[in-house]
Structure formats: structure tokens, C-alpha cells
Write a new protein. Structure first.
Length: 106
């Protein structure tokens, strides 16, 4: 995993704070590295490895690492990156609808 992708992992660990009943894969288009966020438990778990029992039902975000970092660090809204064509989202959209980014106490 590149140092930029490792930094993305660090940001993702503070970004996904609430369970969302599914799995998200974040893929860095530049170097092919990816992160998995397992939101099925009490607290989301961020890992470079696929979580157990992945059956192909997950949501996938694909973009360059800079765009992904700006989203998970909350410097850029996911919706604006998506409408600008800077991030591709595919897979299980029901998972996508349940994902909360950031601090839920705000």
C-alpha cells in the first residue's frame, strides 16, 4: 500500500463512525490499492483486507487517492465529487444510502 493510500486509511478510520449494515470497498485508481470498510458490526472496521463473508454484495467507490482523501477528511462532499465525475460509485446502492460520513454527534 502506498503512503498516500495509508494516509487514506488513517482518515477513513475517523470518517466512518456509525454502522451501516454493509460493506464498502474504496479503490484508489492510481495504484490499485483498496480499503474495505465493514459496517456490519457495532463500529465500522477499516482494513486493507476483505472482511469475512464478502459475497459480492458491497458498495464500491473508485477514484484517485487525492479525491478519496478529500472526501473522507470531509474537505469535499461526496455528492459534489460524484456529480463532477471525480468518483465512480457502483455495487450495492442500499449500502450507499446508509453510509454516514463524519461525526454523528454534530
Amino acid at each position: 500500500m502506498s503512503s498516500e493510500a495509508e494516509s487514506l486509511r488513517s482518515e477513513a478510520e475517523t470518517c466512518f463512525v456509525a454502522p451501516f449494515g454493509g460493506i464498502l470497498r474504496i479503490e484508489c485508481a492510481g495504484d490499485g490499492s483498496s480499503l474495505w470498510i465493514d459496517g456490519r458490526g457495532e463500529a465500522p472496521v477499516v482494513s486493507p483486507d476483505a472482511p469475512p463473508e464478502v459475497s459480492g454484495q458491497f458498495c464500491l467507490w473508485r477514484s484517485d487517492v487525492q479525491t478519496l482523501r478529500s472526501i473522507v477528511s470531509q474537505q469535499r462532499r461526496l455528492e459534489t465529487a460524484y456529480t463532477a465525475g471525480q468518483i465512480k460509485i457502483s455495487g450495492d446502492m442500499a449500502v450507499m444510502a446508509r453510509i454516514e460520513i463524519g461525526n454523528t454527534d454534530q
